[in-house]
Design a protein around this ligand. Sequence first.
Ligand code: CO
Length: 426
Amino acid sequence: MNERIAALCGFLDASHSQYHARAYLAGALDAAGYTRLDEAEDWRLLPGGKYYVTRGGSALLAFRIPEGSPRGFLISAAHTDRPTFKVKENGELDGQYARLAVERYGGQILSPWLDRPLSIAGRVLVKTEKGAQVKLLDIDRDLLLIPNVAIHMNRSVNEGYKWNPVTDVIPLLGGPESKGKFQALLEAEAGGPLLSHDLFLYIRQKATVWGIDESFVSSAALDDLECVWGCFQGFLKSGGSRCIPLFCALDSEEVGSCSPQGAGSTVLRDTISRICAELGLSTRQMLARSFLVSADNAHGLHPNHPELADSGNAPMLGKGIVVKFNANLKYCTDGLSAGVFRAVCQQAKVPTQNYYNRPDIPGGSTLGCISIGQVSVPTVDIGLPQLAMHSCYETAATADALSLEDAMQTYFSSTLELSENGFQLC
Ligand code: CO
């Protein structure tokens, strides 16, 4: 397997929750010599310095200060969360079997979650003598499964079935003898009594590269960890810009971005203001020269349902990065921002494709339109074409994953001179 695709799969397999994704990125930044900053402490930023800051355990922002007077911010934003199920505080449900009480997180396709091994990952708050301590937890074994009803008892299941979240998607933990053991399992894994938790289900199936030419990659959470990784690799490998490259991985996109660590929060604006204050720069002037790439996966042309795509604007898997357009601003891309991003991709020798929703099928929206309320800079919405968005196992093309790394390396290495009258990229 291509080394860079193996690294992507390594990230996907290690990131069973947004907290684990954040921890993996932080580990890579530590290894690359970045200095960790704390929002609660003073920051001392030096020209040539490399830094990162985290918030809420699931958002991470990394940046570098160039030598000389910075020209503006070159920002990327992608999200660490995925549609899944969140474990309720009361743990188990009543009934004949041991079953887990869960709540839907985001808008997932329910049926793929059934009949496959699942487990739990996230963070717990452990009670200690010195107060409560956050600990990451990933129970690394086949722990749960949501069983289907036999076709003999649901004869019309193949004619379309309305899934009821109250009854149809409850994970099975064990037989009657296993009832009441869940809390003890969590506390054993956590190494102490728990005060509370943010725990999510994940599928046990690992990321895989497949197809007659091995052109596809499938995994949980390609939306949006594939973009997180592509932007991150581009950021790490870049250099030489006179702007401030700023990589953001944010949480809560699948549920509206309104958490302290989501795109609807002040986290990006706060980080930018602090960097400017530290360097004695005007935030307003810096923002007027800044640019944001909002990277979130896009719908590729479905092999069995090409009719669902807009005619002439159906991105193919493997044919390049998707630039998303919507006249009503469900996506933030406009002529100027599309032009900047296409120029970057041309320089990186990476193909791009266009996406529009089919006019009678309202599409989703993404974090760019939300962050623009906090950080109002020219923004382009892009993504990688994928199939089965919001299934628990999604599919994309390996070639596109590499394209994003290359394009973002070029982006973060550029010096962008941008105004409403045009731009220059060098
Ligand atoms: Co997404």
